[in-house]
Write a protein that binds this ligand. Sequence first.
Ligand code: NAD
Ligand code: UDP
Length: 336
Amino acid sequence: MPGHPNLSIKGTFDMHSDKTILVTGGAGFLGSHLCDRLIADGHHVICLDNFHTGRRSNIAHLLHHDRFEVVRQDVTDPVRAEVQEIYNLACPASPVHYQADPVRTVQTNVIGAINMLDLARRTGARLFHASTSEVYGDPLVHPQTEDYLGNVNPTGPRACYDEGKRCAETLLSDGRRQHGLRLRMARIFNTYGPRMRPDDGRVVSNFIVQALRGEPLTVYGSGEQTRSFCYVDDLIAGVVALMAAPDDVPQPVNLGNPVEFTMLQLARLVLDLTGSRARLDMRPLPQDDPVQRRPDITRATTHLDWQPAVPLREGLIRTIAHFDSVLGQRPASPLP
Ligand code: NAD
Ligand code: UDP
């Protein structure tokens, strides 16, 4: 796994390939599922990751695949590679992790986007960028359409992520206008599934891990705040459909599941599905925590013919099974 600044990826693949595709953040939760999908589709995949929140175990099954290559590198260091497509996912996504080093989070978003823009310009590659529903901040419009401009506190603890992602959207939109960048930009809403880290810190993994361990479920605030949870397989299908879409599809595109739940509803569902009798531990609401969030996915359904298929209950069952095997515990009998 070589890695150094100004890296030039020579491409050791044979010439009978389909596309050669760079996935930054490819060892993370979403990135590793995307690598799986691209390999299954017959492409050559270069996974670039600094392993900040990503893990080798997420991609261990791909390491010996002859169409898969890993490069340990930071996305803020310039990258040279001969690729036809770029998926830029490098950035910690959990508030716990992106707030641990906020200056670094801004750098990853902004310098990473500049580097991917430069690479796309040099190679003519299509560039998919993973933006986020967090660009809407604590939204005053509900559900959120792509033309809602958002309500972000630029100096709060979430701003390193929200404003970093907003600046990346600005950079790449300018790259499209100024240089004809073939841009695909998704605003991804809360996505969950297997391969989230047990210590990820986001609500779905926290609740499941706590329930499986028989620990109290940490509910922040009243628990009445809402989110809309998308299962990872649905999200990856949307990401790939967006990359394949024509250049004139309006950008950005919301990708998420439009069914909305309160955190209390989520907690009860997780307790029900794990058979846990753990209690709820009500904690203070973090600053600037959005009160409500639900995507309007009209643009995605219209232009990509995409919509999520996995209901929350089904996705949670699959995710619980994953964490159950990772944690080595069985939730079959209710925990005390
Ligand atoms: P994740 O933390 O599991 O994955 C991020 C990956 O990026 C990790 O492998 C990490 O090691 C890598 N990374 C971080 N900083 C890097 C850097 N400077 N250089 C190289 N690699 C770096 O998070 P995820 O949930 O898989 O999210 C992936 C992308 O999708 C992120 O850009 C995130 O902002 C975006 N997103 C995710 C969600 C979601 O609900 N999962 C929602 C909105 C947006
Ligand atoms: N949350 C919670 N308990 C947790 C972790 C998160 O109640 O253990 C809440 C959090 O305050 C927020 C919602 O769940 O209102 C979603 O949080 P997450 O960090 O998963 O995503 P984001 O806030 O970035 O949408």
